[in-house]
Design a protein around this ligand. Structure first.
Ligand code: SAM
Ligand code: SF4
Length: 346
């Protein structure tokens, strides 16, 4: 949590889970404590597995929740339901103007506050975000080769992202996690290179299976590199042992020689739906009980039509109450959500 996470200044918490706080359980007994907030659908990259090169329809600015609205939803989750974790994401969250101000507001809540970013602005922003009270950083990077990085992101910015990762470490974020989406035939020959990179740079690399959430709908099962295959590739060069998992979606492995940890997130081949504790708020204020949900609850309308905190809490509880058992990506009946990853918030 922020106050013990080593943030650069001491924080005064303005809100604690109140006496009326009750666990937010769904029909399957999963208690929800983790809120993912997308602060924008826009991005300065165009990763091929996420967005098309052109033609994304951005939300009009006035459809995005304001910082005050975001803080209100977050506070209801913490005070009414005892949420203890908030992650900011997008789109690219660091392109939202004034992000450190939002971080400072949310850091006043008794939560572990984290951010997922493509890292391109961190050379300048890591320090201010740390000072504002951000606890943890995940940085996405899918190739260590400049030409491949450019082909994947459609931007020639590998040096900026590497500088950003180093700035995050220098700013005191510990651990810094580097997320790698592995796509068969695209970057699966860099798995060991990334493991070595993590060990050399003192960051925790986590490999993510490619999910059917790309805007261009080109995903296929054949492009998914199973977590077990990723671990085997690493193990053959840098032997590891498994670490106790908890509610973390990442399966963690520790290097036997003390070189740190590596993780795999097997959403497709090893779904962790049975321990999922997350809800997601899109940048335009729609609450989703699952990354793959096909329905949403319009919290923006509630916020802007004078809804009370009780109304918000009821809407959040109803959404979680209707959550399904799992996404069923591998079932023939699986239906892709209408929104892509960058529109939902990964
Ligand atoms: N722009 C930020 C970033 O790239 O870290 C935050 C938003 S991005 C949508 C969040 C995470 O989702 C990133 O780690 C990204 O690599 C991942 N992602 C995007 N599309 C994906 C897909 N189709 N399958 C798996 N992961 C995906
Ligand atoms: Fe942007 Fe992140 Fe999607 Fe890449 S993965 S296009 S950086 S939102």
């Amino acid at each position: 949590m922020g106050q013990v996470g080593g943030a650069a200044r001491s924080l005064v918490r303005v809100s604690d889970p109140g006496p009326t706080s009750r666990p937010l359980a769904d029909r399957f007994g999963r208690v929800h404590r983790d809120l993912r907030i997308s602060v924008t659908d826009r991005c300065n990259f165009r990763c091929t597995y996420c967005m098309p090169a052109e033609g994304m329809d951005w939300h009009p600015r006035d459809h995005l929740l304001t910082f005050e609205e975001l803080r209100r939803v977050a506070t209801v989750c913490v005070e009414r339901f005892g949420f203890d974790s908030i992650r900011l994401t997008g789109g690219e969250p660091t392109v939202r103007a004034g992000l450190p101000v939002l971080v400072e507001q949310l850091a006043a809540l008794p939560v572990d506050l984290s951010l997922t970013t493509n890292g391109s602005t961190l050379a300048a922003q890591a320090g201010p975000l740390r000072s504002a009270g951000l606890d943890r950083l995940n940085i996405s990077l899918d190739s260590l080769r400049a030409d491949r990085f450019e082909a994947l992101t459609r931007r020639d910015e590998l040096p900026r992202v590497l500088d950003g990762i180093r700035a995050a470490v220098a700013a005191g974020f510990d651990p810094v996690k580097v997320n790698v989406v592995v796509v068969r035939g695209v970057n699966d020959d860099e798995i060991v290179d990334f493991a070595r990179f993590g060990r050399d740079e003192g960051v925790t690399v986590r490999f993510i299976e490619f999910m059917p959430l790309d805007a261009e709908q080109r995903w296929s099962h054949e492009q998914v590199v199973p977590s077990a295959e990723i671990v085997a590739a690493i193990d053959s060069v840098f032997p590891t042992e498994p670490v106790q998992r908890g509610s973390d979606p990442a399966e963690r492995h520790r290097y036997l020689d003390g070189g740190g940890e590596v993780g795999v997130i097997g959403t497709v081949t090893e779904p962790f739906c049975s321990s999922c504790d997350r809800v997601r708020l899109t940048a335009d204020g729609q609450l989703r009980a699952c990354l793959f949900a096909t329905d949403e609850t319009d919290l923006r309308a509630l916020l802007r039509e004078g809804g009370s905190d009780d109304d918000l809490a009821d809407a959040i509880a109803r959404t979680v109450g209707a959550k399904w058992a799992g996404h069923g990506i591998s079932n023939v009946t699986f239906t892709r959500p209408a929104r892509s990853m960058s529109e939902i918030g990964g």
